[in-house]
Design a protein around this ligand. Sequence first.
Ligand code: AN7
Length: 354
Amino acid sequence: MTRQWRGVLEEYSDRLDIPDGTPTVSLGEGGTPLVHSPWLSETTGAEVWLKVEGDNPTGSFKDRGMTVALSVAVGEGAEAVVCASTGNTSASMAAYAARARIKPLVLVPRGKIAAGKLAQAILHGAQVIMVRGNFDDCLRLSRGLAEQYSVALVNSVNPMRLQGQKTASFEIIDVLGDAPDLHVLPTGNAGNISAYWLGYREARDAGEATRLPVMRGWQAEGAAPLVTGAPVPDPETVASAIRIGNPASWQLAVRAADDSGGKFRSVSDDQILAAQRELASREGVFVEPASAAGVAGLLLEASEGVRYDDQRIAVTVTGHGLKDIDTALSTFTDLVDTVCDADVDAAAAAAGLA
Ligand code: AN7
């Protein structure tokens, strides 16, 4: 019998900087596929690989960090955990809290969470509080609650989250045999780009990679503080997961971009939705809108004439498309049901075969 993937804590037990004796709260996260993209490779001149993080247990990369954050919280005796979220963090935290049998408390911007993510938080038993405000307000409240009450904060300001999330870099190096030349990903609260950079540096220092990739973060035009250099008071984008105006890991993210020779840029909502659609229809990879920001960025650069010949590019697609089907279908304005009677001739006629 082949061995089953054991999850981030057990697979990388010797590489996580966490307290001794930490218990394991896991759903088997990590070990996600690195899928070659012929379409993006042709478009860019590079060899492009997609790190498909929607394949994690709750459908996003957040599970890598959450297994560590919840395990450490349980080890420290926490009875409740809190997070602010644009959706995926809350879905993930609620699942791991359910498994750990501790209470999940979620603060989300009212009316701005994709239905799938909200359903996850509710089904996993979270107490969901809808805040009249944006994500940045929710994060401020979560910090306040954790300071004044006995609930553990598990947003990515909790360094345990980055410990877990850095493992995606290890997996990419494992498959490619070295670090890629370039790493591209969507950026919102900026924990993930910081975690990848940490992972790549550790792997290089351990002799597992001979180089470090250039780190490129892509934000949504209406929520691009790392591009403009100033917090955005009222962030707005169809990519609700990255509707964030004042990223918590701002300094770490800027350092990742600067030290790697990379930078932040932004893409429009239309470019994000077009990239989401093309990725689904050309490559069979269905991601949520925010997750397509990096792909949209590569396409934008290709249209500007940028070439990446002979380079290797890793693109993280961060979350599953099924989380937000309303937005996914919103661009299909001419969708009409094709209906037929239950016989082969009618089906053939309806399909235009006959
Ligand atoms: C699909 O769930 O911030 O730059 O509260 O869900 O590490 O924040 C989600 C972020 C990209 C951005 N793609 O990552 C939350 C939350 C998806 C996401 C990001 C998020 P970071």
